[in-house]
Design a protein around this ligand. Structure first.
Ligand code: ADP
Ligand code: 5GP
Length: 205
């Protein structure tokens, strides 16, 4: 049984990390694709848990080696997804959550096609987004302003995604992402091999 990929994207402050963290607690069998990045750790981020932190030179070497299924420059830093890690998790039947930007999401879709599902997370309003970025306290006013300038345009990216989830009430948003993953596990394409084996069902024709 092959695992599926669930990409979560959305503007900075939409709640991606918060929701992914909650979901991984609720669904401990979910895998998470830990990206490589050239940016420095922020706050309480831990190397090998939140990201694999490497310097720019190290990151560029990994690009040359073809280690990434996708990589992108986001807000001036490099971020990338290791192909081997992703394939290993999927091959062992693990569903994998990813937090990547929209360029990464499109590249994942191109590579994995039906094995990938794209979820876009939106804030209830732009004002709430700004308040949450301020309250998070990890970015200075200048960074917040530059992210807010981009946010309006960024939200249009949701048009290319499979599922749109508004993060107003946190528990509800977590339950909605969970529902997408759980329904993916019931898809015929995923279940049929097991069902055929269980009930000795043969396809005709
Ligand atoms: P992202 O990973 O998308 O940049 P975060 O998960 O860091 O966003 O969330 C941004 C801030 O908003 C954090 O301080 C988080 O605690 C808060 N937050 C997330 N979801 C909600 C919610 N539904 N209601 C209120 N605050 C939220
Ligand atoms: P942050 O620095 O706030 O953790 O992430 C900044 C942005 O980089 C977010 O939009 C996040 O989704 C994106 N990102 C994180 N990892 C990857 C990755 O491996 N590939 C791509 N394309 N984007 C990523």
């Amino acid at each position: 049984m092959t695992g599926q990929i669930y990409v979560v994207s959305g503007p900075s402050g939409a709640g991606k990390s918060t929701i992914i963290k909650r979901l991984r607690k609720k669904m401990p069998d979910l895998g998470y694709s830990i990206s490589h990045t050239s940016r420095r750790p922020r706050g309480e981020e831990v190397d090998g848990v939140d990201y694999h932190f490497v310097d720019r030179e190290g990151f560029e070497k990994l690009i040359e080696q073809g280690a990434f299924v996708e990589w992108a420059e986001v807000y001036g830093d490099l971020y990338g997804t290791s192909l081997a890690t992703l394939e290993n998790m999927m091959a062992s039947g693990v569903d994998v959550l990813m937090d990547v930007d929209s360029q990464g999401a499109m590249n994942i879709k191109m590579h994995f096609r039906d094995a990938s599902t794209l979820i876009y997370l939106l804030p209830p309003s732009l004002d709430t987004l700004k308040d949450r970025l301020r309250e998070r306290g990890t970015d200075d006013d200048e960074v917040i302003e530059s992210r807010m300038k981009k946010a309006g345009d960024e939200l249009k990216e949701c048009l290319n995604y499979d599922y749109l989830i508004v993060n107003d009430d946190l528990e509800k948003a977590v339950a909605e992402v969970e529902a997408v993953i759980v329904s993916g596990r019931c898809r015929k394409s995923r279940m049929l091999p097991k069902i055929k084996e269980l009930f000795d069902i043969q396809e005709e024709g």
